[in-house]
Design a protein around this ligand. Structure first.
Ligand code: BES
Ligand code: ZN
Length: 457
């Protein structure tokens, strides 16, 4: 292994320049004007995978969706273990653009961090494994395990089409472990293995009032204002204790055990630092739960966007004809995204006054997932982290979602390892997203060691 680890150090420039090329591609999956960038990015990856010696590298058409990218190296033979690496090449939109210190798709390095949309989420993270495989093949012409990559382009838009692909291609994707780096550490300098992700149920609500925008003087006071109606509906979705009021919302939920809640306490979450970092004086949420519990083991309901009326400069005295909001619920086991949508939608409709027409549309969903904390793949991951960082990794949950994880673990029946390299200050989904370069370069070593340790388990 010393030879590989040395090669990883010697090739830092190569690793970084490849990453920079990948980062420059504006692969925003949810914006239709970037459709060609998505295709370009998928093709770039295929080309890159072939250039480092992988086989069967190709894009896979994905119905209406953005292409998947597949590549493999099966030279370890049928007796050896196989690791499937999942990642996503799509990134979040960049707005608000004016809050970026430098252009979102021009990678910039400062204080040993690389700034660019997609650095930590997820290009920088899955590229770690691409490089680890590259250096194994360069150093010894082989890898200790068989390798398969499946990289999707729709994770940030809900991963709608990859589920069918997985269900129909279990042979192509069959493996002994699924390795995913798309999560973050609990704190700087604290390598973390994630074992739980929340699910998601995403919907859009539209409130239609009168058939046109009205003069707020001629009509105000006599015609119900859709923006106010919508605000009142939204305001009724939580009670004064922070609990979601939707009837039946908590029915299927499995409560976290005392043992698990005690494990969280032992992580010594620094709430003062959390608030200071966000520049807020107080936190919110369900009264009887801690912050970590609120984010990791409790569901939540949020407004992701809300619109109505005039928001330009100056004044316009208008009573808007319509109002709308995007609403998402984060879910925990055993809540079901479609069932939750139905409950929330029914409740919203029950709150609507007869003066408006309210519709609620389901956008997408993903199941919550818990992966086992003990198996040979997880212990190989822990061993690899320990080797490189000299610290015992901690086990954490995440409040975010990776919708495909549940699908992969159900259909492939292989353990999933959520071995993230992000840090809490990476600003994923926010302006000035960045990725720590120590974690990038060291991550390549962790990945290489994971393959080595897992091979011999
Ligand atoms: N990498 C994130 C998941 C994540 C978020 C991990 C926070 C750790 C901390 C992933 O790319 C993501 O953002 N997923 C979306 C999925 C959604 C659009 C279905 C999410 O959680 O919002
Ligand atoms: Zn993301």
């Amino acid at each position: 292994m010393d030879k590989i680890l040395a090669l990883i150090d010697q090739n830092r420039d190569n690793s970084l320049s490849g990453l920079i090329e990948l980062l420059k591609i504006q692969s925003i999956s949810s914006e239709i004007e970037h459709k060609n960038d998505m295709i370009y990015c998928a093709d770039w990856l295929v080309e890159h995978f072939s250039s480092i010696g992988l086989n069967n590298c190709r894009t896979i058409e994905n119905g209406e969706g953005h292409p998947l990218v597949y590549a493999q190296w099966l030279g370890a033979g049928s007796d050896a273990k196989t690791v499937l690496i999942y990642g996503h090449y799509d990134v979040q939109p960049v707005d608000p653009l004016n809050e970026w210190i430098s252009s979102p798709f021009e990678p910039r390095i400062e204080n040993n961090k690389i700034f660019c949309r997609g650095t930590a989420d997820d290009k920088g993270q899955f590229f770690i494994h691409v490089k680890a495989v590259e250096y194994f093949l360069k150093a010894q012409g082989s890898c200790p395990v068989n390798i398969k990559f499946i990289i999707e382009g729709e994770e940030e838009a809900g991963s709608s089409s990859i589920n069918d692909f997985i269900a129909q291609n279990t042979d192509l994707l069959s493996c002994d472990a699924v390795l995913i780096s798309d999560t973050e550490w609990f704190a700087d300098n604290l390598p973390s293995i994630c074992y739980g992700l929340r699910g998601l149920s995403y919907m859009e609500i539209n409130v239609q009032g009168p058939n046109r925008d009205l003069h707020s003087g001629s009509f105000g006071g006599a015609v119900d204002n859709p923006a106010i109606v919508l605000s009142k509906i939204i305001a009724q979705l939580h009670d004064e204790n922070g609990r979601i009021t939707v009837p039946g919302f908590y029915d299927d939920l499995i409560e976290a055990s005392i043992e698990e809640r005690n494990d969280f306490l032992r992580l010594n979450f620094d709430e003062a630092h959390y608030k200071a970092d966000l520049n807020i004086k107080a936190l919110g949420g369900e009264k009887e739960f801690t912050t970590l519990e609120r984010v990791w083991v409790r569901p939540s309901l949020d407004v992701n966007g809300i619109w109505s009326g005039y928001i330009g400069d100056g004044v316009k005295t208008v009573l808007p004809a319509k109002a709308g909001a995007k609403i998402s619920c984060r879910l925990v086991a055993n809540q079901n995204p479609e069932k939750i949508f139905q409950l929330v939608s029914d409740y919203i409709l029950s709150l609507a006054p007869p003066s408006v027409h309210v519709t609620v549309k389901y956008m997408h969903g993903g199941n919550p997932v818990l992966v086992p904390k003990q198996n040979s793949a997880i212990s190989a991951a822990a061993q690899a982290f320990r080797h490189v960082f000299n610290i015992e990794p901690v086990f954490i949950r995440e409040g975010g979602s990776i919708p495909v994880v549940e699908t992969l673990s159900v259909f492939l029946k292989a353990p999933v390892v959520l071995m993230g390299f992000g840090l809490p200050g990476d600003n994923i989904h926010s302006p000035n997203e960045n990725f720590d370069l120590n974690n990038f370069f060291n991550g390549i070593k962790v990945s290489a060691l994971f393959f080595e340790y897992f091979a011999s388990k």
